[in-house]
Design a protein around this ligand. Structure first.
Ligand code: ADP
Ligand code: 5GP
Length: 280
């Protein structure tokens, strides 16, 4: 028989493993799929109750977790190791990642705000395909998939793009497969795309959250475009920006990018309320 010390050690380790798993799930550093994978080799995790781990995941919550277990005819106290393949599939579907579309005029600071957001929030940033020329410092496959027009049209024909649009004389599109893979794995996905593409995403996936980043003023937008130094056709981009601003009412939220940290903080708060948003 184990002595009292061993039992206490075991209990402390159990609490510690569960605490770390909850924290990783809460901050979305670990997906539910990864938790299930780890639980198959870690007996402590396997013996943990799935409900109290799952309901900390942003966008999931206690109400939906318990309702799902009830629908599956499973006890609230079920342990991860006792879940069947079908139970796991249903729970993974519930914990699907959220699709967040960040849009707004070129030069408004979408990329800058998203980089700031990434310092404190975990998500997959979709890598778009484009026919535009590579800018200095950009890397194929990291910043964009740089395609010829023929290749881009093949991707359209093969239905490999979730959305696509022409912008300032070039084609831009979101590769579908990577987005779906990450959402299925329970990871949030951010798309940084222009307005026509955002509208297409909302039509294809109405559960997507659409955020429009606004400049403090048109004059400031012009300064930012010029200040970037690597952007061609500034006048055309400004004319497009004026048209894009007319689309603001179509978006779920607007964030003014007056200050990068403030704007990223506001975006983070919006993501914190998203669970409620999805329940409507
Ligand atoms: P987008 O991705 O929308 O095209 P970028 O993120 O490339 O825009 O930003 C355009 C330029 O504006 C960059 O030079 C960036 O450093 C600058 N910028 C972004 N946000 C701000 C801000 N809040 N205040 C001042 N300059 C900013
Ligand atoms: P840039 O040439 O400055 O990198 O991008 C020009 C515009 O295209 C930006 O507004 C950017 O958000 C948008 N964009 C980038 N990728 C995509 C995409 O996959 N789809 C759509 N619709 N727009 C994109």
């Amino acid at each position: 028989m184990a002595d009292r010390g061993e039992v206490l050690d075991h209990a402390a380790r159990f609490r510690d493993v569960r605490k770390r798993a909850r924290e990783a799930l809460r901050t979305r550093r670990m997906t539910l799929e990864e938790l299930f994978d780890q639980a198959s080799t870690d007996a402590t995790l396997g013996a943990s109750k799935v409900a109290s781990l799952m309901w900390v995941i942003p966008g999931v919550g206690k109400v939906k977790t318990l309702a799902c277990l009830q629908d599956l005819g499973v006890e609230e106290t079920v342990r991860i190791a006792d879940l069947s393949h079908n139970h796991r599939k249903a729970l993974l579907e519930l914990a699907r990642g959220r699709l967040i579309v960040v849009s707004g005029p070129s030069g408004v600071g979408k990329g800058t705000v998203i980089r700031e957001l990434a310092k404190h929030t975990s998500f997959h940033l979709s890598v778009s395909a484009t026919t535009r020329q590579m800018r200095p410092g950009e890397v194929d496959g990291r910043d964009y998939f740089f395609l010829s027009e023929t290749e881009f049209n093949e991707w359209i024909d093969e239905d490999r793009l979730l959305e696509w649009a022409e912008y300032a004389g070039n084609l831009y599109g979101t590769p579908r497969e990577a987005v779906e893979q990450h959402l299925r794995a329970g990871r949030d996905v951010v798309l940084e795309i222009e307005v026509q593409g955002a509208r297409q995403v909302k039509t294809a996936m109405p559960e997507a959250l659409l955020v429009f980043i606004l400049p403090p003023s048109i004059e400031e937008l012009e300064q930012r475009l010029k200040g970037r130094g690597d952007t061609t056709n500034v006048a055309e981009r400004l004319a497009t920006a004026r048209k894009e601003l007319e689309e603001v009412p179509f978006f779920d939220f607007t964030v003014v990018n007056d200050d990068v940290e403030r704007a990223a903080g506001e975006l983070r708060s919006i993501l914190r309320v998203l669970p409620k948003f999805r329940m409507q």
